[in-house]
Design a protein around this ligand. Structure first.
Ligand SMILES: [Zn+2]
Length: 251
């Protein structure tokens, strides 16, 4: 029957955070933790469902690490802003950076080569499997999920006469998580730069001043992945079988 194969190269990053609050606090409303549909899993043959989330913002995390890496090497690279100054005339671009995309195409810097800008798409893709609040020690699931501790912290923003007048909840995560970077389109120089940049990853999400968001990397693996999709005949039609063969490329 029909079968298609796709090969790609990725970096697997295994990371740990004691506590990260993947929302940017109350001022900036953008949430980095997206709630997903509950994921099914089994424990001892019994079916359960766990709340699941997606960690957004990992590409931004990597980009900022890459900017720090370039700075440490003395290489001038793109800033995240494409404007020299704001409307009040305040300088937006610090020493060692140029406005986003201004280097392209004549003097393209390594950040632009990898992450692109409005002129060219990014050469990499960064993603993580959904994280799930699984209560059981042992679990099986057909979908790739990562077990993590996910909880909410009750906070009080303002108080009047010792009574809270506005309280809110902030989600946080704790434990091991994994993310991937598709590096198929990178040349050796760009790949090495990304590998080195990973060492500059520090904080994920908000609350950094309060000590939240420390990220420690446990393991980095370069992998070649072959994705196989196959049509398999059943009594009432076809089902699609997904397979993944992973080969470690580390030297
Ligand atoms: Zn640039």
């Amino acid at each position: 029957m029909f079968e298609i194969k796709k090969k790609y190269k990725r970096i697997r990053v295994e990371a740990y955070t004691p506590i990260a609050k993947p929302s940017n606090g109350t001022v900036q409303k953008s949430k980095v933790l997206l709630k997903l549909a509950p994921v099914p899993y089994t424990n001892n043959g019994k079916e359960h469902k766990a709340e699941a989330y997606y960690i957004k913002g990992l590409k931004g995390l990597l980009r900022h690490a890459a900017m720090r890496c370039a700075r440490a090497k003395g290489i001038e690279v793109c800033h995240t802003s494409d404007k020299e100054e704001d409307k009040h005339g305040n300088k937006l671009i610090p020493e060692g950076f140029h406005p986003l995309g201004s280097c392209y195409p004549l003097n393209e810097c390594i950040i632009h080569k990898i992450f692109g800008s409005m002129h060219v798409p990014s050469k990499i893709r960064v993603w993580s499997p959904p994280i799930a609040n699984i209560k059981h020690a042992e679990y099986r699931s057909d979908i790739p999920i990562v077990k993590m501790h996910i909880a909410t912290e009750n906070r009080i923003a303002l108080s009047y006469d010792k009574k809270p007048i506005q309280d809110f909840k902030e989600g946080y995560i704790s434990g091991d998580f994994t993310f991937f970077i598709d590096v198929t389109k990178l040349n050796d120089e760009e790949l090495n730069f990304i590998l080195e940049s990973l060492l500059y990853i520090e904080e994920l999400g908000g609350g950094v001043n309060a000590g939240y968001g420390k990220v420690m990397l446990r393991k980095i693996v370069l992998e070649e992945v072959e994705e196989i999709r196959k049509l398999v005949k059943t009594i009432d039609g076809y089902k699609v079988e997904y397979k993944e063969k992973v080969r470690v490329l580390n030297v």
